[in-house]
Every structure is written in structure tokens, then in C-alpha cells.
Design a protein around this ligand. Structure first.
Ligand code: MF3
Ligand code: CO
Length: 267
């Protein structure tokens, strides 16, 4: 069942979604080689608590942490721990917050120090594909139009692998609401988009094969060929006018550009 949001509910949601961006920016300011993934998680968790919000992921179906941190060949759902970040790594950080009855959910992939050119392109194209998808998030279009735009750009134009097993989703009082938002599909297929829908659109794109495997920790998903994978996620409200992106990368990108220990992936 799809939950359409009122204008008042959207403004409450916007607050949750923007808080996720600010949590990301706290990390982007200080991220560097030598930190552990748990250090990164703790910055986010502290920030969420300081803002009187709750991390959406913690205890979700038994998930043990506030964030998902997926390094290099990890696609999503990596569990923070003692892994030490090093120059050349990419780190996909996925954050969810719950505040005032609504969730915000946003992911971003960072590059630690100098990374390989092919990997930098993967980050750039994956982020661009997110905006190609968002551009289709308009009343009268269908879920398949969003999905197809992401697939065409990443798979057809750049030869990347689009993960099939994981999808975006509706977002609201629950972190996962209907409908599912795949990153692959046919134009004109699927649920019709209507004003008041909020979608978490989240391309998960692999440099090599689209195939993934599940790690024995029960959570982490890796690329089958162990090549890198990127993940960017925005929360988008369908309106009569242009798509309303409730989350924001603005502060993240500002911090990313200013942090000399990171590669600005669009440079
Ligand atoms: N952020 C993920 C999503 O967009 C959910 C994280 S799964 C969890 O669907 F178990 F870690 F919470
Ligand atoms: Co999500």
C-alpha cells in the first residue's frame, strides 16, 4: 500500500532528510585514511543523538549498527567495525534517521585519497544516474521510467553492472514503504507516479558484473567479481512541478571538496 503524504507531512520529512545530509557532512569534513569504519559510524551516531533523532537502521531486522558502511567491493549493508580506511579505498556510507515520526535515508560514496581513474568514473556516473532517475520522478510517469533512465545511463552507456537484488523504496513513517524502486526496468512499466509519493531512489552500480554474493555475516553484499561498487541515494517527493529532492548533497559536497584527504569524484 502506498502512503501519499500531505504538504505538512512533507515538511516534517524534509527535516529528517536534511538531517541525514548534515550527518554525512560531519563525516565528509574529517574522513581520511587511518580511521576505522567504526570511527565513521560513531561520528554519525553521535550527531544523530545530538539532534534528538534515532538511527533508523539500528536493530532494523536485527541490524547491529547505526549506519551501513560498505568498502570497495562491498555493495551495501556493510557493518562498521575495526577495518582501517586506506588511501585508494572507496567507502559507501548509508545513513537513516527517524525524527518526528518520519524517516530520512541517504547514501553517498566517498573516495579516500587518490583512487583509480576507473573507480572515480564509477562514482561520477553513479551519482549522475541518480539525477537521471530523479528527472523522471513526475506525476503521470511510472516507476519503470525512473528505473530505465538509471539503467540506460549506467549499463548501456557506460557498461557497468546494475545490481538486481537490491532496490529503492517508498519512504515515510516506515523506512521501507511501497512501491519498490528498481534501478533497471522498462520505460512505461510499473506503478504510476502521483503527487505526494516519496521515493528513496538509490542506484547501486558495479564497475564489473551485476552479480553479487552475500557474506557470511548475514548482511554485507559484495560484488561477485570483487570489483568496486558505488551507491548514492536521495529521497524525492513527487509534486505537480519539478521533483522535490528532500535530502541534500550540498553540505556533503562542500565538505568533500574542502577535505584534502578525499578525492572530489567530479574533479
Ligand atoms: N538504507 C538501506 C535502504 O535504503 C537500509 C539499510 S538496511 C539496515 O534500504 F538493515 F541496515 F537497516
Ligand atoms: Co534506502
Amino acid at each position: 500500500m502506498i502512503h501519499y503524504k500531505t504538504k505538512e507531512e512533507i515538511e516534517i520529512m524534509r527535516h529528517s532528510c536534511l538531517l541525514v545530509g548534515k550527518a554525512h557532512a560531519e563525516v565528509a569534513k574529517v574522513l581520511k585514511a587511518g580511521m576505522t569504519t567504526m570511527d565513521v559510524n560513531n561520528i554519525v551516531e553521535q550527531f544523530i543523538h545530538d539532534n534528538r533523532a534515532t538511527p533508523s537502521f539500528k536493530n532494523y531486522h536485527g541490524y547491529p549498527a547505526a549506519t551501513c558502511i560498505s568498502m570497495n567491493e562491498a555493495v551495501v549493508h556493510g557493518i562498521p567495525g575495526s577495518h582501517i580506511l586506506k588511501e585508494g579505498d572507496i567507502i559507501s556510507l548509508d545513513i537513516g534517521v527517524y525524527k518526528n515520526g518520519f524517516h530520512g535515508d541517504s547514501a553517498y560514496t566517498y573516495a579516500i585519497g587518490e583512487i583509480q581513474e576507473a573507480t572515480r568514473m564509477l562514482l561520477k556516473v553513479t551519482k549522475e544516474s541518480l539525477y537521471k532517475g530523479i528527472e523522471k520522478a513526475r506525476p503521470g510517469n511510472r516507476i519503470g521510467d525512473i528505473a530505465n533512465a538509471i539503467q540506460e545511463y549506467t549499463e548501456k552507456m557506460h557498461g557497468y553492472g546494475v545490481v538486481r537484488e537490491l532496490v529503492g523504496h517508498g519512504l515515510g513513517r516506515k523506512m521501507h514503504e511501497d512501491p519498490q524502486v528498481p534501478n533497471y526496468g522498462k520505460r512505461g512499466s510499473g506503478q504510476k507516479l502521483k503527487e505526494g509519493m516519496v521515493l528513496a531512489i538509490e542506484p547501486m552500480i558495479n564497475l564489473g558484473t551485476k552479480d553479487v554474493i552475500h557474506l557470511s555475516d548475514g548482511w554485507t553484499i559484495l560484488t561477485k567479481d570483487r570489483k568496486p561498487s558505488a551507491h548514492y541515494e536521495h529521497d524525492v517527493c513527487i509534486t505537480k512541478g519539478d521533483p522535490d529532492i528532500l535530502s541534500s548533497f550540498e553540505e556533503i559536497e562542500k565538505a568533500e571538496r574542502a577535505n584534502k584527504n578525499l578525492t572530489w569524484s567530479h574533479g
